[in-house]
Each structure stands twice: as structure tokens, then as C-alpha cells.
Design a protein around this ligand. Structure first.
Ligand code: TXA
Ligand code: MG
Length: 314
């Protein structure tokens, strides 16, 4: 298959309408989209990514008016979260409407729904005119793509089109919040922080990654975000072995410069924005060991440490 690279929203949305699959930018990471009403279109995503069929996709819309075609029930606390955080890096899991393909939800009767804040994403989704099911646009198990070049590296020849945009501003995925119970439960930490959610709904809690939650959010049971290198979590440069074949990312400035690659981040936001890109750079340079500095798990640090821990699982 020839993959078309374009900046034309019209051209990209035409593929969605023809039930083909298209990668597009969002503020979190790039997504790989298909018409969420059409099971055959959605199945192409699973094939291109090599994604297990029991891992549901997030359904994206460009404006709140499209919500009734995606979800069937919205509890008051979920509505409050929408008012505060839509559009943005937040996905709410709600009862699904009948129109959404069961291929998109992996047979669940719930659906994750998100309105990205990214300008191009919003225009693209409005132009598509249908809800767009989209996981991150990477080969399953690899770090999520934060540039169109990373998408192209993983999926060229496997998808119809890449809508090119700027590098993703947030750099980690959306926060996934289960809203099917009596209070919000965070299934995956992400761009909207626990502290932000609690300011609106104080009873928000973090789901334990036990068996039940693993079933509730099937994505968390798979290995994720992994570069080719071994990933180690360290508490400062003393715990590292600087070599040409090793790399370091963190916020603490390190004295020694003999790593193959280093990235010093100004704050946790920059750490989040840089992490997946850094993993991919390391792969390109043949780095074998990546040291990631541990950061405090407040704010976006919770999502950063979640991704690093996942990448460090061998
Ligand atoms: O920022 C993001 O969320 C990006 C952009 C493209 O929107 N998307 C993304 O999708 O990260 P994906 O497929 O890589 O991760 C979706 C996560 C998975 O852990 C999946 O299991 C969970 O959301 N999820 C989706 N639908 C769900 C549902 N109905 N119930 C529980 N978990 C769900
Ligand atoms: Mg993903």
C-alpha cells in the first residue's frame, strides 16, 4: 500500500469517509483513525498496528454535538469533567451508543470518548463527519509517536494516509477515566492530572492495576511504550554507567558527558513531552541501555513514571 503524506485536512478526511485508515496529530500523541461506525474500517487499525483485538480504542469527536452518536448515558459528574476538560487530553469511559462498532470497543458495552484540543485534529474530525476510533499510531508495544516522522517510521506502507502536523505538545497520552460507576476512576494516568480532576470531583481515585481493572481497561495488561534498549529507573547520575551505548533522560543535570545520548528536561512537562521521542532517538542510534531519572508522581509526573515503569518491564 502506498501511504500518502499530506497537510490537506480534506484529503485526509476523504480516506476516513471511504473507510480507510489515517494517522493524524493530536496534542497528546498521533492517532491512527477509522470511521467508528464501520467495523471493517476499524479492523484495519488492528491489522496495521498488530494490536490485540481485545484492546478497545478511544473514539474521537471534533465537537460536543457529536457526543450522542457515541455515548448513551452521561452521569452528572462526567458532565462536570467534560465542561472543565473537553477539549483536551482526557478520555471518559461511558456507556456506548448502538451506532459505535463493537470492533472499536472490543466487544465492551462501554466506550472511551475524547475531544482533542489540537486545532488540526479538531478540523480534521469535524471534516470527517463521523466519530473516529483511534489508538496511538505506533506498532503495538512501541513508544507512542509524537511526530509524523515517527508514525511514518512505524506504519509507512500499512496505512492510507498520514496527516502531517507539528510535534505533539503534551507527549504522553490522554488520561483515561472510567465514568460508569458512582465516581471517576483513573484507568490510565495522562495529560490531565489527578490533582486537576480532584479539583472538580474530589472523590476521583486511581484504579488499582489488579485483575479486575486490567479487564476494565484491557490496554494496561500489555507491554507498552518499549524501546529496543533496556530501560532502568535511577535516582541520579551516580546510579548510571555512562558509555557510548547508554543514554540518560531526566531533570537532574549530569556532570559526565560520555553517554551516547542525553536529555535534560527543565520540568516535568518537558520530561513528558520528550520521553517517547527520546526512546525512539535511542533506537535509531542503537543505544542499548536507557537510564530514566525517577521523578515525583505529582502532576504529570504520575503519567511519566507510569510510562517509564511500563517501558522498564522486560
Ligand atoms: O492520547 C490518547 O489517548 C491517544 C490519542 C490518539 O487520542 N490515544 C491512545 O489510544 O493512547 P490507545 O489505544 O493507545 O490507548 C487507549 C487506552 C487503552 O489502555 C485502552 O484499553 C483504554 O484506553 N480504553 C479504551 N476504551 C476503553 C473502554 N471502553 N473501557 C476501558 N478502557 C478503555
Ligand atoms: Mg497506545
Amino acid at each position: 500500500m502506498h501511504t500518502i503524506l499530506t497537510t490537506s485536512i480534506q484529503r485526509a478526511s476523504n480516506f476516513i469517509q471511504k473507510n480507510e485508515i489515517v494517522a493524524f496529530p493530536t496534542e497528546t500523541v498521533y492517532g491512527l483513525g477509522a470511521n467508528a461506525f464501520n467495523g471493517d474500517a476499524v479492523k484495519k487499525i488492528f491489522v496495521a498496528k498488530g494490536r490485540p483485538a481485545d484492546n478497545p480504542l478511544i473514539v474521537h469527536i471534533g465537537e460536543i454535538g457529536q457526543l450522542p452518536s457515541v455515548v448513551s448515558k452521561i452521569p452528572p459528574f462526567a458532565e462536570k469533567l467534560m465542561i472543565e476538560f473537553f477539549p483536551g487530553p482526557l478520555t471518559l469511559v461511558l456507556s456506548k451508543s448502538k451506532k459505535i462498532s463493537t470492533a472499536a470497543t472490543a466487544g465492551l458495552n462501554t466506550v472511551g470518548v475524547r475531544i482533542p484540543k489540537h486545532q488540526i485534529a479538531q478540523k480534521f474530525l469535524k471534516e470527517c463527519g463521523v466519530p473516529v476510533a483511534a489508538p496511538s499510531a505506533n506498532i503495538s508495544g512501541k513508544p507512542s509517536p509524537t511526530t509524523w516522522q515517527a508514525v511514518n517510521h512505524d506504519l509507512n506502507g500499512k496505512i492510507s494516509c498520514i496527516l502531517k502536523g507539528n510535534p505533539s505538545r503534551v507527549g504522553v497520552e490522554s488520561t483515561v477515566v472510567d465514568c460508569t460507576g458512582s465516581a471517576p476512576i483513573i484507568l490510565r494516568a495522562g495529560g490531565v492530572t489527578l490533582e486537576q480532576l480532584r479539583r472538580i470531583i474530589p472523590s476521583t481515585r486511581i484504579g488499582k492495576k489488579n485483575y479486575q481493572d486490567a479487564v476494565k481497561s484491557p490496554g494496561v495488561k500489555y507491554r507498552h511504550y518499549s524501546p529496543l534498549a533496556y530501560v532502568f529507573i535511577v535516582n541520579g547520575s551516580e546510579e548510571t554507567v555512562p558509555m557510548k551505548s547508554s543514554a540518560y533522560i531526566g531533570m537532574q543535570r549530569i556532570g559526565r558527558k560520555n553517554f551516547g545520548l542525553t536529555k535534560i528536561c527543565r520540568d516535568q512537562n518537558e520530561y513528558a513531552r520528550s520521553l517517547f521521542h527520546f526512546f525512539r532517538e535511542c533506537d535509531r542510534k542503537g543505544i542499548q541501555t536507557i537510564y530514566c531519572e525517577q521523578v515525583s508522581e505529582d502532576g504529570i509526573g504520575l503519567a511519566v513514571m507510569d510510562r517509564i515503569r511500563n517501558a522498564a518491564v522486560q
